[in-house]
Design a protein around this ligand. Structure first.
Ligand SMILES: O=C(O)C1=C[C@@H](OP(=O)(O)O)[C@@H](O)[C@H](O)C1
Ligand SMILES: C=C(OP(=O)(O)O)C(=O)O
Length: 435
């Protein structure tokens, strides 16, 4: 392995005293892009995330005939919405390993008239899409998954989306429902959507409804998000839309305070953020951190010198992107931490239960793997070359262990580009500010 294939994390000298503002939210950037593309006129998105996942969304929409001007180094996006239409008549889209992009654009493509095909990297060909295809086909679309098990490549033979009734499974990924919700107001007739069984990652569905509302489409939903009636709206309203900093990215900085002691304030996020992942700080609070909710930020204060974090029992179904961050913190607790409710983490960039367990063991922990989570018992930490499975969150979260344990090296650090290309620079700037 050449030196550029890994990065060695330098332990920090003392308690932290830092403020940080992570880049824009991936989930909000990609939703705002979809709603703006379906709007009747020009929208300007500010504070957008510049990363692989937003790049493939912008590129995909451009290939579908939606012009997007990229300004201010990519953080401002001017989108010329096509009023609920898809101008291109054929397109091949490369969507990398972006779950939001492949699911949202499959649904959006059904609104067009033509032949579209979406494909991505090898892992994307293992990530499920069949339930979304089935729901769209129930509404009169023609969508076919080409890989075994109902995975991309996916082909769409579009002739407008007629509408009607569909049910969709909620326990594999909430992105199927979010994709349907954003596309269906542009169907020809009313749509009723029913969610079959459990719905995971619910805050992301509420986020979808909020972004739709901002762009002028109001949907009433029952508290349990089990059924939706969508009237034909034709299109969304154009809007100047400011994107919050990414709350999943914020979790790494809050966790750094938990691991190193001292305090880290993440600016631009509050408890009222549209992103459910701000609730990660509640997990840190249960483990013994102090959390201060400020008017324009959230501060986490880690344990005082000589004090230890506590192990905790946590259902992380709603905030599953922060499981790996939590796991890094759990290695510094005084006892076991049990994470449950995240069976859906097996379908993400990698199997985020099995592969996470392997890497935590490599760092010295004992880990019991369960179907829907893991029990992490801290052990004596040791230097290790941590494998990252091309998963940005594996790299970003397990790097935190190296802030205390010397000799932690992270393989393929470039994989953070999926959502946070400058992560290692921002982490080292944040932890260099200490008391
Ligand atoms: O809708 C979204 O923006 C997302 C939903 C979640 O996926 P699942 O619904 O598959 O859990 C999350 O893991 C992903 O990073 C972003
Ligand atoms: C699961 C993730 O992304 P996606 O499903 O959008 O590829 C993630 O960013 O952690």
């Amino acid at each position: 392995m050449s030196p550029s294939d890994f990065i060695e994390i330098q332990p920090v000298g003392g308690p932290l005293a830092a403020r940080v503002r992570p880049p824009g939210s991936k989930s909000l950037t990609n939703r705002a892009l979809v709603c703006a593309a379906l709007a009747d006129g020009e929208s300007t998105l500010t504070g957008a995330l510049v990363s692989d996942d937003t790049h493939v969304m912008i590129e995909g929409l451009s290939r579908l005939g939606i012009p997007i001007d990229v300004l201010d180094n990519g953080t401002t996006l001017r989108v010329a919405g096509a009023g609920g239409q898809v101008p291109a008549i054929e397109a091949e889209l490369f969507i990398g390993n972006s779950g939001t992009t492949v699911r949202f654009l499959t649904a959006l493509a059904t609104l067009g008239h033509g032949a579209f095909r979406l494909d991505g990297v090898a892992r994307m060909r293992e990530r499920p899409l069949q339930d979304l295809a089935d729901a769209l086909n129930s509404l009169g679309a023609t969508v076919r998954c080409e890989s075994p098990g109902g995975c991309p490549p996916v082909s769409v033979h579009a002739n407008g989306l007629p509408g009607g009734e569909a049910s969709v499974r909620g326990d594999i990924s909430s992105q199927f429902l979010s994709a349907l919700l954003m596309a269906c107001p542009c169907a020809a007739s009313p749509v009723t959507l029913r969610v079959d069984g459990e719905l995971v990652s619910q805050p992301y569905v509420r986020m979808t409804l909020e972004v739709m509302r901002a762009f002028g489409v109001e949907v009433t939903a029952p508290a349990d998000l089990s059924r939706f009636e969508l009237a034909p709206a034709g299109c969304y309203q154009p809007l100047d839309y400011a994107i919050e900093p990414d709350a999943s990215a914020a979790s790494y900085f809050w966790a750094a305070a938990a691991i190193c002691g001292g305090e880290v304030t993440v600016e631009g996020l509050t408890r009222n953020a549209l992103q459910g992942d701000v609730a990660f700080v509640d997990c840190l609070e249960k483990m013994g951190c102090r959390v201060e909710h400020l008017t324009d930020g959230i501060k986490v204060v880690g344990p005082a010198p000589g004090e230890k974090l506590r192990g905790a029992k946590l259902d992380m179904n709603a905030i599953s992107d922060t499981v790996q961050t939590l796991a890094a913190v759990a290695l510094f607790a005084d006892g076991p931490t049990e994470v449950s409710g995240v069976a859906h983490n097996r379908h993400k960039e990698t199997d985020r239960i099995a592969d996470l367990a392997t890497e935590l063991r490599r760092l010295g922990a004992s880990v019991e793997e369960k179907p829907d989570g893991l029990v992490i018992t801290p052990g004596e930490l040791r230097p290790a070359l941590v494998e990252t499975y091309d998963d940005h969150r594996m790299a970003m979260s397990l790097a935190l262990v190296g802030l205390r344990q010397p000799g932690v090296r992270i393989a393929n650090p470039g994989c953070t580009a999926k959502t946070y290309p400058n992560y290692f620079e921002d982490l080292s700037a944040t932890v260099s500010k200490n008391d």
